[in-house]
Design a protein around this ligand. Structure first.
Ligand code: AMP
Length: 429
């Protein structure tokens, strides 16, 4: 499904395209139309699912539908930590193309700068609850014009003891407003908060099922970027991997890998959106019959594949959106059977791996394969999603992941991730 069917205006669609996003993530697909329609929302989604864009994009559109003088706070996003507040505010700037007047309000720094920013006028305020209340008490912020309230990572805010602060903030807001609550988990306390806050909310649930993940034995093999194919061949030849579904990020990458594997004497076939239906059906039949050992697929192509009890999934490249990792490895370990998920990770992908581990809430065991020890002197490079664009300096095609901290998303080096996807029907069901 493409972004264009969600009801977003052309300028926002262009923004999304500039980010390199092709298709909406599940939470975006479900939440954006509901928010655009003015509904209150209870959303179960955690970091890594694309939740920020799921509320920021429709929020920007709703605000733009009724222009104002830009001096009043019209949207308030509450976040548990300074890092998240900064990150969300960065997303507001990015998605609005720098046009929205926004600011982040958080503790641990002086008041002066924040007061100045508020005086200059901020329509969208991203804040941690405590510092926001301090401003309210000092009269440096007026929340009586808020039209949209977002509680981001509400469960973490409650865990951090913010419930009283949140209730005090709510008391400062006008009664008529749209409320969106995002939370990874739903405790009794969250439900109680939601009940008092939301008006006939629509609900959206995309939190990955951890049970599927628990059945899968996961391992990361660190390896140099240029030696991944060689390592995969080695793993197959040494029988550490037999039949596997192998994920690449791009269709071009899938084709190239399948060709190289075939040259290595390993029966492989690529399956992706550019292949005709008969080609895909044949590749899948060959795989099922064991004539093809490695089926190389892009994310989307894998969705409709009907393959039972897959013993191995190989992430030849990590996905750009952490939640996709969970979907991918969910292809194995089904129905109580154990499976293995092997990820070949090079230096460029270290930040992606950290995000995935944060989503899973556990580190993935890492094992260097003898003879494939990574060369530590190789520097990280931007991850390229479009073939043939190397070195042409196209900003959306070359995103860097070189900051070890996801937190203060202030750098312009683009921690925005991208994913190439084409809508595609299911097949071979
Ligand atoms: P979030 O869950 O909001 O922290 O987002 C996780 C990451 O996914 C962010 O780095 C986003 O830039 C990226 N992202 C969000 N939406 C998409 C999309 N539709 N396609 C690809 N990447 C996305």
């Amino acid at each position: 499904m493409s972004f264009s069917v969600l009801g977003l205006r052309p300028d926002l669609l262009r923004t999304v395209a500039r980010q390199g996003y092709i298709d909406p993530t599940p939470v975006q697909r479900d939440a954006i139309p509901l928010v655009l329609a003015g509904r209150d929302l209870l959303a179960g989604a955690q970091t890594g699912t694309g939740k920020t864009a799921a509320f920021v994009l429709p929020m920007l559109q709703r605000l733009a539908e009724r222009p104002s003088n830009g001096r009043h706070v019209r949207a308030l996003i509450l976040a548990p930590t300074r890092e998240l507040a900064l990150q969300v505010e960065e997303s507001v700037r990015t998605y609005s193309g720098g046009h929205a007047r926004s600011t982040a309000i958080y503790g641990g720094v002086g008041f002066g700068g924040q007061v100045g920013a508020l005086r200059r006028g901020a329509e969208i305020v991203v804040a941690t609850p405590g510092r926001l209340l301090d401003h309210a008490r000092q009269g440096t912020i007026d929340l009586r014009s808020v039209e949209i309230l977002v509680l981001d990572e509400a469960d973490r805010m409650l865990d951090m003891g913010f419930i009283r602060d949140i209730r005090q903030v709510l008391a400062l807001l006008p009664d008529r407003r749209q409320n969106l609550l995002f939370s990874a988990t739903f405790s009794k306390e969250i439900r109680a908060l939601a009940e008092g806050l939301l008006d006939r909310p629509a609900s959206v649930q995309v939190t990955p099922e951890n049970t599927a993940v628990e059945l899968v034995e996961q391992v990361v093999h660190p390896v140099d970027r240029e030696r991944k194919r060689e390592l995969l061949t080695h793993l197959v030849r040494t029988r550490q991997i037999d039949q596997a579904l192998v994920f690449t990020r791009t269709k071009h990458g899938a084709n190239k890998l399948a060709e190289q594997l075939n040259r290595d004497g390993i029966a492989a076939a690529a399956i992706h959106g550019n292949k005709s239906q008969p080609q895909r059906v044949r590749a899948l039949a060959d795989f099922k019959a064991g004539r093809v050992l490695l089926l190389v697929a892009t994310e989307v192509a894998s969705r409709g594949l009907d393959i039972e009890s897959l013993p191995h999934v190989v992430n030849f490249e990590l996905p750009m959106v952490p939640a996709d990792y969970v979907h991918r490895i969910g292809r194995t370990g089904r129905a109580g059977e154990t499976g293995t998920a092997v990820s070949l990770v090079c230096v460029d992908e270290a930040p992606l791996l950290r995000q995935i581990e944060r989503l899973l809430k556990v580190p993935i065991p890492s094992r260097v394969i003898e003879g494939f020890e990574p060369n530590r002197s190789i520097p990280a490079e931007p991850i390229r999603m479009r073939s043939g664009q190397a070195g042409r300096g196209r900003p959306t095609a070359q995103r860097r992941f070189d900051s070890p901290n996801r937190a203060p998303a202030r750098s312009a080096d683009g921690r925005r991730r991208q994913r190439r996807r084409r809508p595609q029907g299911t097949y071979a069901r």
